[in-house]
Design a protein around this ligand. Structure first.
Ligand code: GLU
Length: 425
């Protein structure tokens, strides 16, 4: 085995591309993947960097850097979100693109993987400025995206409105309305029922499956959720509705805790009113770090990368770690969690509900025929439950942890597609 020894929580440990490579190498090694395929799959197929000039509201011109990385198109069009954040890096986008390839393969939907990012701080930009950034970024990528090529979707700090702008810009260039160029659109523009809740719903479905392994019922399950945005907020709402006790929610400015379970709709209303989850009635404020180490049954990180590292993995007291975010755990932390026998539902499985319903949206757009919410949710549940069972059965059969099993399953599927297609020369 040629596993690189991860150094403790250095810049390298916190580089998502490094984490992606370590997990890839481990799965490839265990699968005995041949060298050529390993070379193909290890690096992204296409990386695009654009520098986009945008006029700000005060008249000044600013140039923003944007990326789109297409990791693989072996199993279908590249697929993955676009994030807007001040700290986006090419390595981060690379890692996220590769995770999309593996995610789509784990749930067996016919897509490859991609990711995009624009280095900008949405908190200081107006709607008009965000729209101009989005449209110019789309225009620069016009020859690289498309329903059969690469299909973007929302990610951090992008939403249905962003997707509507991308769809419109692309359509203006193509001279016809092309709804299937992006997913996560507003319902009125070809979006799918259930897409907004899909990632959170997928987390709940796999969490329910994981509970069975421990013989626990939802109403005796204490859940700590880190992040209260699209993924964490929806997961909290749906899980509370299903009877789980959401004992703690952690956000950037602190956490709120109630051992009997928080009233999630009321917490959402409180945040909408005050701008923060803190000082919520019938709950205690807690510092973020302390909250992450609470004794609980399920910990659901649903925000950013690198929340669980070699520095704090030994303090996590959850039985189940259900990764709603992409890359919340570093590769060095994996080993500690494994030693401590924490049951991990890895990101490429746990948060795959979003891209699964994106697939449904793309299918509906191309057919021009739309499904009701019940059908969407039923099909999502079937895919998530089957994928969970596949991964856990694979892990048990091969004596590896769930993350390695998910990567092995995914790599095997993508490698098989490449072998069948052959190499065009
Ligand atoms: N950004 C989401 C993810 O990381 C969704 C991607 C998609 O729907 O294409 O899975």
């Amino acid at each position: 085995m040629i596993l690189e020894e991860a150094t403790p929580s250095t810049d390298q440990e916190l580089n998502p591309w490094h984490a992606a490579e370590i997990r890839f190498d481990e799965a490839a090694e265990r699968l005995g993947l041949d060298d050529g395929l390993r070379k193909i799959l290890r690096s992204p197929a296409t990386e695009i960097t654009v520098h986009i000039p945008v006029q700000l509201d005060d008249g000044r011109l600013e140039v923003f850097t944007g990326y789109r990385v297409q990791h693989s198109i072996a199993r279908g069009p590249a697929k993955g979100g676009i994030r807007f954040a001040p700290d986006v890096t090419l390595d981060e986008v690379r890692a996220l693109a590769s995770w999309m390839t593996w995610k789509c393969a784990v749930v067996n939907i016919p897509f490859g993987g991609a990711k995009g990012g624009v280095v900008c701080d949405p908190s200081v930009l107006s709607q008009g400025e965000l729209e101009r950034i989005t449209r110019r970024y789309t225009a620069e990528l016009i020859d690289f995206i498309g329903p059969e090529r690469d299909v973007p979707a929302p990610d951090m700090n992008t939403n249905e409105q962003t997707m509507a702008w991308i769809m419109d810009t692309y359509s203006m260039h193509k001279r016809s309305t092309v709804t299937a160029v992006v997913t996560g659109k507003p319902f009125q523009l070809g979006g799918s029922r259930g897409r907004r809740e899909a990632t959170g719903r997928g987390c709940m479905i796999v969490a329910l499956q994981a509970l069975r392994k421990f013989g626990l019922e939802p109403n005796e399950t204490r859940v700590v959720i880190q992040g209260f945005g699209n993924v964490g907020g929806m997961a909290a709402k749906l899980m509370a509705r299903a009877g789980f006790k959401i004992v703690c929610v952690i956000e950037v400015d602190g956490a709120v805790y109630n051992p009997h379970g928080l009233d999630i709709p009321a917490l959402m209303a409180h945040r909408a009113e005050t701008g923060s989850i803190l000082d919520f009635k019938e709950a205690e404020n807690l510092p973020r770090e302390e909250a992450l180490y609470l004794d609980c049954d399920i910990l659901l990180p649903a925000a950013k990368e690198n929340v669980i590292t070699s520095h704090n993995a030994d303090r996590i007291r959850a039985k189940i770690l259900c990764e709603g975010a992409n890359g919340p755990t570093t590769a060095a932390a994996d080993r500690i969690l494994e030693e401590r026998k924490i049951f991990v539902v890895p990101d490429i499985l746990a948060n795959a509900g979003g891209v699964t319903v994106s697939y449904f949206e793309w299918v509906q757009d191309r057919e021009g025929f739309f499904w009701n919410e019940q059908l969407v949710n039923g099909r999502l549940e079937e895919i998530m439950v089957n994928s969970f069972r596949d991964v856990v059965a694979y892990a048990e059969k091969h004596g590896v942890n769930n993350r390695t099993a998910a990567y092995m399953l995914a790599l095997d599927r993508v490698a098989f597609a490449i072998k069948l297609r052959g190499i065009y020369a």
